[in-house]
Structure formats: C-alpha cells, structure tokens
Design a protein around this ligand. Structure first.
Ligand SMILES: NC(=O)c1ccc[n+]([C@@H]2O[C@H](COP(=O)([O-])OP(=O)(O)OC[C@H]3O[C@@H](n4cnc5c(N)ncnc54)[C@H](O)[C@@H]3O)[C@@H](O)[C@H]2O)c1
Ligand SMILES: [Zn+2]
Length: 358
C-alpha cells in the first residue's frame, strides 16, 4: 500500500472528543470556517495540539480540492499525547513542523524527512492541517519542537515552513558562500526567507527579482543589494549588466513557473548553481544546448526541516527575525477574512498573515 493510501485509510478524526472550528475546503474557491469533530490520539506516537498561532502560505491557495482543512504552519499547546510519546508532554508549547518525520525510516536517517515513509508533507495535504482549533500530529516526538514559554509565537510560526524552505531548498542547496553573487527570483515569503538566511553566509550581492514593486522595496529593506522588476523581458539582461556580463553564482527560483526558471537559466554564471524552490505545475525547458558546457549544478528539493533546530536557535537569539515578514493579524474566527486578504496579497501588500487564537 502506498503511503498516501495508508494515511487516508485511517479516519481523520474520531467521535467522542467534541467539535472544533476548522477551515474546510469544498472545492475551488469554496472554503468555510465550520464545525468538525475534534481530533484525538489515534496512534501511540500521536499528540493533539491546541493551535494558538497559525498562518496562511502561498501553497494553501493551491490546495483547493477535497475536504481537508489546511495547512501546516503553527504554534500551539500540547493537549494530549499518546502512550508511545516520550519527549513531548502535555502542556508543552510547541512549534509544529510542516514535515512529519518518524525519525527511524531510511529517508529520515539520511535527513530527508520530506520523504519519510510514514510522514513527509502530510499535514494539510493528506491529513488535517493547522488552520483549525486543534490538530493531530503523528510522530509527535520527532515532528514537534518544544519552545520556551516566552517565545514570540508569531516569529516561531514562520519557522514551520517558509524559513526552512527558503534556507534548505534555496540557500543550502545553492551553496551560498562568502562573496558570492546571488539572485533570488520571487520576493514572496519564501524568496524573502531565502534573502534573510542567505545573509548568514555574507554574499557580496543579493539581487531580488519580482514584478511587485512593493515586495521589491521590502526586499531592499531586508538586505537585498539590488532589485530588478521582471515585468517585460528585461530581467536577464539587467542581471547580466549588474554582474558585468558574468551572471550570478547562485540563482534561486522561488516562484514555480517556466518563465522564472528560464530567468535562472539565463543568469547563472559558469560554475554556478540553480536552486529550484518553486512548486512547478508545468514542464520547463532545460537549455542544455547552452548550459552543457557551463559546469552548472541544478538542485530540487522538498523542504526537509532538518535545519529547524538551528533556525529556532537563531530566531530565539534575535539573530534571525522572521517577524519582519508579518504584515497582517487576524483572530481564528476571522479566518475567512484572513484568506480574503491573502488572496489579494499584492493589493493588500500582504506577506505573512498571522492568525491567532481569540
Ligand atoms: N520546495 C518546497 O519544499 C516548497 C515549500 C513551500 C513552498 N514552495 C513553493 O515556493 C514558491 C514560492 O512560495 P511563496 O509562498 O513565496 O509564493 P508567492 O506566490 O507568495 O510569491 C511568489 C512571488 O513571485 C512573483 N512572481 C510571479 N511571477 C513572476 C515572474 N514572472 N517574475 C518574477 N517574479 C514573479 C510574485 O509577484 C510573488 O511575489 C511557490 O511555488 C511555493 O509553492 C516550495
Ligand atoms: Zn521516517
């Protein structure tokens, strides 16, 4: 049986624990904040977490089918644990990782939690997610991170997904080094998380590319050395002129469409790396007729969240400030309003929308 079938076969919730409010999709564009049975511990290694802070991410807007309340980012208080849970305790304040990992399968042992044979990207995808009052977390010991009681929940909630994604898929896979020239295509929350974490390595130049001038201005305020508006077809030319024809050492693709992958192919310098982060729905054209001789590396990755403990330390110390991406606040019962705002992100100038327990 495939992993997805095994997970879907289990009932998502059981009767007897009462009801809760959750965001439920009823098909494209049809979402509702409605009553659902409250999740309970099903497996010995589960925990049930009461959500205190959650957020909405770009991928949520794409998950429009089925009856699955999303998504996978958040902070909460552990309400109940299964008998097989040894590290996570009732009452703990925890960060919920967007990737569930068993910690023992061959992929987990390699640090590839995203491909865990009994987990991976399942929250808000194959099982109910965190845009609800309560969520069931499988493999709680290895999928939840205890937080100090005084931790800034809003900052921490951004460490569930966007920061490990920008860092692992973009900066680490792109092997950003001191002095490198880096270009990030896409100044959404993930591109901006890559921008903030790339600075751990002191690149000499970080060029941010987007079509949204507001997001480019935010990028400049967060450390981008240059901003290129990609409207029209001049982005490649502009980056080449900024780099005096050389191109960039690292091109991070953080949009997920053929046009932006093409920009990366057009600007990568000989010996450079293209780190793809975007989730692609369509094929792209790989220009080997040009790149075969350019000694480039192309990487892809589903976020593993192996760097979450490190990012947590940096955020707790203030060295990393995820909060800089927060633009809007709502309370859980206002979830529909939060979605409306996020759906018009450009008009509303929204980056990360935080939704908190009332
Ligand atoms: N690999 C992973 O594990 C992983 C995890 C989470 C999200 N993602 C993906 O990362 C990508 C970015 O996520 P996000 O939440 O920041 O998305 P987002 O939609 O908020 O941001 C995308 C940005 O790209 C810009 N853009 C669109 N077309 C462009 C173009 N032609 N040229 C330049 N800029 C353009 C938009 O203006 C926007 O600012 C998405 O594809 C998302 O699905 C990947
Ligand atoms: Zn595993």
């Amino acid at each position: 049986m495939k992993k997805s079938e095994a997970l879907l076969e289990r009932p998502m919730t059981q009767k007897g624990a009462g009801t809760m409010k959750a965001l439920v999709y009823h098909g494209p564009g049809k979402r509702a904040w409605e009553d659902k049975p409250r999740p309970v511990v099903q497996d010995a290694t589960d925990a049930v977490v009461r959500i205190t802070t959650t957020t909405i991410c770009g991928t949520d807007l794409h998950i429009l089918k089925g009856d699955v309340p999303t998504v996978n980012e958040g902070v909460g208080i552990v309400e109940e644990v299964g008998p097989g849970t040894t590290r996570i305790r009732k009452g703990d304040k925890v960060l919920i990782s967007c990737i569930t990992s068993c910690g023992t399968c061959a992929f987990c042992k390699k640090g590839m939690y995203s491909h865990c044979t009994d987990g991976g990207w399942i929250l808000g995808h194959l099982i109910d997610g965190t845009q609800a009052e309560y969520v069931r977390i499988p493999h709680a010991d290895t999928s939840l991170y205890p937080l100090p009681a005084a931790a800034d929940e809003e900052a921490m909630a951004l460490l569930s997904d966007i920061f490990p994604t920008g860092f692992e898929c973009g900066v680490i896979n792109g092997q950003v080094k001191p002095g490198d020239t880096v270009a990030i295509v896409g100044a959404g929350p993930i591109g901006l998380a890559a921008l903030l974490t790339a600075q751990f390595y002191s690149p000499s130049e970080i060029i941010m590319i987007d079509m949204d001038d507001n997001r480019l201005a935010v990028a400049r305020s967060l450390g981008a050395t240059r901003a290129v508006n990609a409207t029209g077809d001049k982005a490649v030319q502009e980056v080449l002129s900024i780099t005096e024809g050389a191109g960039v050492d690292v091109a991070i693709e953080a949009v997920g469409i053929p046009a932006t992958f093409d920009v990366c192919q057009g600007i990568v310098a000989p010996g450079g790396r293209i780190a793809n982060v975007g989730v692609h729905g369509k094929p792209v054209e790989l220009h080997l007729e040009k790149l075969w001789s350019h000694n480039i590396t192309l990487t892809t990755r589903l976020v593993d969240t192996v760097t979450t403990p490190m990012l947590l330390k940096l955020a707790l110390s203030g060295r990393l400030q995820p909060r800089k991406l927060v633009t809007h606040h709502f309370l859980l019962p206002e979830m529909m309003k939060a979605y409306d705002t996020f759906s018009s992100a450009a008009r509303e100038r929204a980056l990360k929308v935080i939704v908190k327990k009332a």
